[in-house]
Design a protein around this ligand. Structure first.
Ligand SMILES: [Zn+2]
Ligand SMILES: [Zn+2]
Length: 257
């Protein structure tokens, strides 16, 4: 498998994978019905990926099409880029969501939250030790000095997060970190952080990581959402659960027959 130039994020987050940026999306989805007819479904959210930090982390700006209210998922840093995307879209950010507490996902969250006067929701409390270690993580990787912080809401499996006229379900998916959560929107989109990548899965050799638990999270929590679900990983290109079930060398279905 090509290594795509060996970006730094792979060393921190993923076992293997490809790297490319993803365009803005928000166009209507065309779905194929059981009878083979295509129907156009108006989708409820628009979104745009803003790669941030030296790890090219996929921070997502996600907005409600009806209200233009928005969330920011995983603002790890480079906040001027995130703020520029917000201004360019003309949306109003209501809250910040965190999938997990590694610094490339979480280090910019408190500064952005204070600047926009919005709350931070997630991750699960089992990642508190990582949030407490953000100052050391920042120093180790040459990030701007960042204070430890707590979110305004810890999330648990089965929670929902709300903004505008939208909501997403919360799935607790430990393994990369113990408090990692995934957000799933009914439009068929999931924000999976460093749980799953196009052609790879998250690292599990960092403190309190667990490979068996990670694979279990993917197979028991993500696959039931459906093969058609498009997922935005923490790094690299988007994919679908179906594609990964067929081809992923770490968690594809063929490994479990
Ligand atoms: Zn990451
Ligand atoms: Zn991570």
């Amino acid at each position: 498998m090509p290594t795509g130039g060996g970006p730094a994020w792979r060393a921190l987050c993923a076992r293997a994978g490809l790297l490319e940026s993803s365009p803005e999306s928000g166009a209507p989805l065309v779905s194929i019905t059981a009878a083979g007819h295509s129907t156009t479904t108006a989708i409820a959210i628009g979104r745009r990926i803003v790669p941030v930090t030296p790890f090219q982390q996929n921070c997502s700006l996600v907005w409600c099409q009806r209200t233009q209210r928005a969330i920011v998922v995983d603002p790890g840093g480079d906040l001027e880029r995130v703020l520029a995307a917000i201004a360019q879209r003309g949306v109003t950010v209501e809250k910040i969501l965190l999938t997990h507490a590694h610094l490339d996902h979480a280090a910019g969250a408190r500064r952005l939250a204070d600047q926009l006067s919005v709350p931070i929701e997630g991750p699960h409390r089992a990642d508190e030790f990582w949030l407490d270690a953000i100052p050391q993580q920042s120093e180790m990787f040459g990030f701007p000095r960042t204070a430890a912080f707590k979110p305004d809401r810890w999330l648990v499996d089965g929670d929902r997060v709300y903004w505008g006229e939208q909501s997403m379900s919360v799935l607790h998916c430990p393994g990369h970190t113990p408090g990692h959560v995934v957000f799933h929107h009914a439009d068929g989109i999931a924000f999976v952080g460093d749980v799953l990548f196009h052609g790879s899965v998250g690292r599990s050799d960092l403190p309190r990581g667990n490979h068996a638990q990670l694979i279990d999270s993917i197979r028991r929590k993500l696959w039931p959402l459906g093969d058609a679900v498009v997922f935005v990983p923490g790094h690299g290109p988007e994919s679908t659960f179906g594609h990964e079930r067929r081809t992923n060398p770490f968690v594809g279905d063929a490994l479990f027959d």
